[in-house]
Design a protein around this ligand. Structure first.
Ligand code: FE2
Length: 159
């Protein structure tokens, strides 16, 4: 189970894919950080950024769906709300786990658990739910052209 971008995850060859690539890169960075044994604060900060980016990304997807009159928009929005709830719940749980220092082996186990969760959390959502947007990407183009990539959102977080 590797969390990385591949062409099978492509939805629109545009803004949605750019956002997904960016989120995947952030998640990969977090997993590296855990692997290095970084401080809890650094991990927490990255999880917080992933949460903020996800919120912003979900909003954008919902906007694009509205523009394209995507028929499954209401259900998709409800799924996003649930994904954020699950993410917040897991962040809290991860931070408790991260505080427990029971020797070197725990890092590998912790990493595996977080990786498994984030894989399911993001990759499955892209492959199963976001994939349903594919027939609507032509209608999304005009609205998508007005959006800047998610990485541009970072200034809002720091400034
Ligand atoms: Fe989505």
């Amino acid at each position: 189970m590797i969390i990385e971008w591949n062409d099978q995850l492509a939805i629109d060859n545009s803004i949605i894919d750019e956002d997904h690539k960016f989120l995947i890169a952030k998640i990969t960075g977090l997993l590296d950080s855990i692997h290095r044994g970084d401080e809890k604060d650094a991990i927490l900060r990255q999880l917080h950024v992933i949460k903020l980016f996800s919120e912003e990304h979900f909003k954008r997807e919902e906007e694009l769906q509205k523009a394209a009159r995507f028929p499954d928009a209401e259900r998709h929005k409800a799924i996003h709300v649930n994904l954020l709830d699950v993410l917040i719940f897991n962040i809290k749980r991860m931070m408790v786990d991260y505080s427990v220092n029971d020797g070197g082996e725990s890092v590998a186990r912790r990493l595996q658990a977080i990786e498994k969760f984030l894989y399911k959390w993001l990759i499955n959502h892209i492959q199963v739910e976001d994939a349903k947007m594919k027939p609507f990407v032509a209608e999304m183009r005009e609205r998508a052209a007005k959006m800047s990539p998610l990485r541009g959102f970072i200034h809002k977080l720091v400034g």
